[in-house]
Write a protein that binds this ligand. Structure first.
Ligand SMILES: [Fe+2]
Ligand SMILES: [Fe+2]
Length: 167
């Protein structure tokens, strides 16, 4: 913690964080959107939450697939981690299918809310697996270095506009 405070200011990003710190923040962001969605009654507000959550998830999955997962695969050659990574990719795949359907739907569709609820359940399960099975193993490895964290933060910054526009 003190390291961060004494570190000289970096030019592009103000603070350096580890990949796991960054990913956990994303997880918390979508989890709070899921909670909000469950509470809010107004259809317009519900839809806005859905669209925001989808944008967040698209960026988050891209950063994991482009940078974090490959770094983990490089660090760990055991079958167990390979399996966890393959499973994570399949879970992303299912989430993307649901997102694709939601992208083509409006809140007037009677299945809109149900579909988003299922998406949220899938993500909750996926987050749980990442945080309880993958992150503890990765935590002390080079895949959790601040250098990779910085690349992830940069990737997010560079691609945010594209994902926000596409959403
Ligand atoms: Fe993931
Ligand atoms: Fe994640």
């Amino acid at each position: 913690m003190t390291d961060k405070m004494n570190a000289p200011a970096k030019s592009k990003t103000s603070k350096s964080e580890t990949p796991i710190e960054l990913l956990k923040q994303d997880h918390a962001t979508v989890q709070s959107l899921f909670k909000k969605f469950a509470k809010v009654k107004d259809a317009k507000r519900k839809e806005k939450i859905v669209r925001t959550a989808i944008e967040e998830l698209k960026i988050h999955m891209a950063v994991e697939e482009e940078l974090f997962y490959p770094a983990v695969r490089e660090e760990f050659s055991e079958d167990e981690m390979e399996e966890l990574m393959d499973e994570a990719m399949e879970e992303h795949h299912v989430v993307k299918l649901l997102i694709q359907e939601l992208d083509e739907m409006g809140p007037e569709d009677e299945r809109f809310n149900a579909k988003f609820t299922v998406l949220a359940e899938n993500i909750q399960h996926h987050i749980q697996e990442e945080e309880s099975e993958i992150f503890p193993k990765v935590k002390r490895s080079d895949a959790n270095s601040e250098e990779i964290g910085a690349r992830m933060a940069e990737f997010k910054q560079d691609n945010e506009k594209m994902f926000r526009k596409a959403a």
